[in-house]
Design a protein around this ligand. Structure first.
Ligand code: GDG
Length: 766
């Protein structure tokens, strides 16, 4: 029977198979391989060790190889269902011939101009040599030691097991795996690949190859010297040798049309509320004036052409008569369009309510024991992320800025970068960002890191999260730190659990250069002031103060979520009441818990436990005319919330983890706007703790710290309250929501993007 395999492409990576930058790596060669995967065997033949290749395997824009010959021939691996495993007995035969790292090192020690390469390497010892000259002492070593010595590109020097080279291992692999030799084509660009060219197989030397390699193969009839660089040169050779005749046509990559928006926000929520009445969907302005949507919308009031990509829940993904693009507010934002991705209730349920919350949320907020993972849901998540990317790609003008929000769109940059290499992609995390040991629990961590590294800029609330991200990157791909800043005096450094001394600004990874930075979201002080000054607010504040009868009002506001530590807070309050009976009837705790979005099953047990603890406290300590906890399990209008802020003596904000915590800032803003003072007790594990000097910090995991911080806040002198307020108000007023937005987008000024013209030519209509 005739073999199904029509081409065995054994290719070197750097300079040959890989684009110069992994960002926007679409290439006709990759598409060709992808389209005819069952007819093509792909072998990566590289100087890199296996660990140095891993990040390439994460990049879904690159085809996954069937075999890897790594370490300049000293490693031979085959792809299996659960990863790559050594090809036996070939691999053990190579290992037996290897004399060992230490012996080579002891022989070359002291040789001038030799520097050991600090990369993962096995069964070989690789050096750089300086001044384009291999030290003369090296020449004789091959025979004495019984090793194969190869030098290439005027810089690399490899000591390998005797008889081992890329070409030798390839030949042995082809035989061992019974692959048809006449179907092999090798590809390379440096002298390191000469052994591949000497195998007797057909081969291609790409146009950007080392001159010495071109000269060395010039008389070889089987070797084609391509006119084009890298992947295009390989494709050229596939056509030259006519391999494509048996495989299929080389399809052009479909042209990506581009849109008109210069700034594109990609956010899961639409900038308006959409309700279904009967069969008709009606759009309304958002009912709540708080949150970041109004600020993001503000960017479009200046006439910049914009688009807002979000989902719209529909009965199917292609609903009849669905308006993809709709206007948001003709008068306020005449140049803004909402461009919608139609998702079904099932899509929303899996991608947003279930998967993101059950797999990512617990990891992001350091509750790994609550995380669960499903491959099917991950596939669904990626599919929805791709739909967002397609929409963003369609509406973005040439060189537009695409600003993607939050972890439920983690994979969108990867798809978008492939579709639109020209756009500037920025990503902001509204949540916390965990340390590497936790993040790496996520089974798809490498895909997510690769996606984020394809952004031009990745933003977080605070420096600690930036550093956590850098650690995560470091544990997944090689990284060079290009710029750093000190954190003081803007942020707390050693004075808080989330403090760090320095923050990274720019990194270089195999995916290119990316900026990173800390941008803690601010609040809209003008809007809060407007509400504070309203007549209704003053009336509510007065009636509230009248009702609590001179007691100290302690306010807690949070979404129902175990990460906010609602139960831990109530348990601490119970201990406080046990330890400080003198404060009974003199304090009033108002506990506002906003219900989670309907359908979020994971919050049910938190609610049940919270109800129990609050019930127990009120049962144990209530007196006639005094209820220790006034518990509201509902959302209150923002205006009412502001009057609570104004009236409260203490804001008691003690999440176990929180990306930032806006409630704490809204409290300070409302206090400043009403010329009143108050005390902020804030968890050390809320991002805002590193900014809000002046808060009383507490450790929510430590009941004693919780009780004592509450007791000392209650007893604080007027002078100290005022003194602390000065620092708090300065920060909250100085870095508001608008400043945050501008600050974040200023990353564009520092971009040094050099677009790849060949890729850009794919994009039309710009
Ligand atoms: C995520 C991150 C990060 C609360 N109850 C009511 C109500 N709220 C409003 C508050 C505030 C917002 O919700 C809560 O913001 P937080 O920052 O405190 O917390 P998350 O919801 O967890 O937000 C967080 C934030 O994103 C921003 O990036 O700070 O760390 O987890 O604005 O006022 N609003 C109304 N009624 C309520 O009952 N109207």
């Amino acid at each position: 029977m005739e073999s199904e395999i029509k081409l065995i492409l054994a290719t070197d990576l750097d300079g040959t198979f890989l684009q110069p930058e992994l960002r926007g790596s679409s290439s006709e060669l990759y598409k060709f391989i992808g389209d005819y995967r069952e007819k093509i065997v792909l072998i990566f033949v590289t100087g890199r060790g296996y660990e140095g290749i891993l990040h390439l395997l994460d990049d879904f824009t690159l085809p996954t190889p069937d075999y890897i010959i790594g370490d300049v021939g000293a490693t031979v691996l085959k792809m299996h269902q659960n990863g790559f495993t050594p090809v036996m007995p070939l691999q053990s035969e190579i290992a037996e011939k290897w004399i060992g790292h230490e012996i080579v090192l002891s022989k070359v020690r002291g040789m001038d101009g030799l520097k050991l390469q600090d990369v993962p390497q096995e069964r070989r010892c690789s050096f750089f040599y300086e001044n384009s000259e291999v030290p003369s002492e090296v020449e004789g070593l091959g025979k004495t030691l019984g090793v194969n010595i190869i030098h290439s590109a005027d810089r690399y020097l490899d000591f390998l097991p005797l008889g081992v080279s890329k070409g030798d291992s390839l030949k042995r692999l082809i035989k061992a795996e019974n692959l048809p030799e006449e179907r092999v084509m090798v590809a390379g660009d440096t002298l390191n690949d000469l052994s591949l060219m000497q195998t007797g197989y057909k081969g291609v030397v790409v146009a950007n190859a080392e001159k010495a390699l071109k000269e060395a193969v010039s008389s070889e009839k089987r070797i084609y010297l391509a006119g084009e660089d890298g992947p295009s040169g390989i494709l050229e050779a596939i056509r030259y040798f006519d391999f494509n005749r048996d495989i299929g046509t080389v399809e052009k990559i479909p042209e990506q049309t581009c849109g008109e928006a210069d700034l594109v926000i990609v956010y899961h929520r639409q900038p308006f509320e959409e309700v279904k009445k009967g069969k008709v969907y009606t759009r309304m302005r958002p009912s709540s004036p708080n949150g970041i949507i109004p600020t993001l919308l503000d960017f479009f009031s200046r006439g910049e052409k914009g688009a807002w990509v979000a989902w719209s829940q529909q009965d199917s993904r292609n609903p009849p008569r669905f308006e993809i693009d709709v206007e948001v507010d003709r008068e306020k934002y005449p140049h803004l369009t909402a461009s919608r991705v139609a998702l079904t209730a099932n899509d929303v349920n899996i991608f947003y309510k279930k998967f993101s919350k059950e797999s990512f949320w617990p990891i992001i907020f350091s509750f790994p024991e609550r995380a669960s993972f499903s491959e099917d849901h991950w596939a669904h998540f990626c599919e929805v992320n791709r739909l967002f990317a397609e929409r963003a790609a369609a509406v973005s003008a040439h060189n537009a800025t695409v600003w993607i929000h939050d972890y439920n769109l983690w994979m969108t940059p990867a798809y978008l970068r492939d579709m639109r290499p020209d756009v500037k992609i920025a990503f902001f995390h509204h949540t916390a960002f965990p340390c590497a040991d936790l993040f790496n629990i996520i089974p798809w961590r490498r895909d997510i890191v690769a996606s984020l590294l394809k952004c031009d800029y990745v933003g977080f609330h605070i420096p600690r999260y930036v550093e956590n991200f850098i650690d995560i990157v470091r544990s997944n791909v090689p990284v060079e730190i290009m710029e750093k800043d000190v954190c003081a005096p803007e942020y707390l450094t050693y004075g808080c659990a989330l403090g760090v001394e320095e923050v990274t600004r720019k990194i270089r990874t195999p995916y290119g250069v990316a900026g990173v930075g800390a941008h803690p979201v601010g609040v809209d002080n003008a809007k809060i002031k407007g509400i504070v000054k309203g007549r209704k607010t003053q009336e509510s504040v007065d009636s509230l103060l009248h009702e609590i009868k001179g007691r100290k009002l302690i306010l807690s506001v949070e979404r129902l979520d175990y990460v906010k530590g609602p139960i831990e807070k109530m348990l601490a309050y119970e201990s406080f009441l046990d330890q400080y009976p003198e404060w009974h009837e003199k304090v009033a705790v108002m506990n506002i818990v906003t219900p989670a979005t309907p359908g979020m099953e994971i919050y049910r047990s938190t609610r049940e436990k919270l109800d129990q603890v609050v019930g127990r406290i009120n049962g144990r300590f209530s007196r006639m005319g005094w209820t220790p906890v006034r518990y509201f399990y509902r959302s209150v209008p923002f205006e009412e919330l502001i009057s609570f802020y104004v009236a409260a003596d203490i804001a008691w904000i003690t999440p176990l983890r929180d990306g930032l915590n806006l409630v704490s800032k809204e409290y300070i803003s409302a206090k400043a706007a009403s010329d009143t003072v108050g005390t902020l007790i804030l968890s050390e594990f809320a991002g805002a703790a590193v900014e809000l000097k002046g808060a009383i910090l507490t450790n929510p995991y430590d009941k004693n710290s919780m009780v004592q911080s509450l007791a000392s806040a209650i007893k604080l002198s007027k002078e100290e309250i005022e003194f602390r307020m000065i620092d708090l108000a300065r920060r909250v007023k100085g870095y508001d929501l608008k400043t945050w937005g501008k600050d974040f987008l200023s990353f564009r000024d520092s971009l040094e993007k050099k677009p790849d013209c060949r890729i850009e030519n794919r994009i039309t209509g710009c």
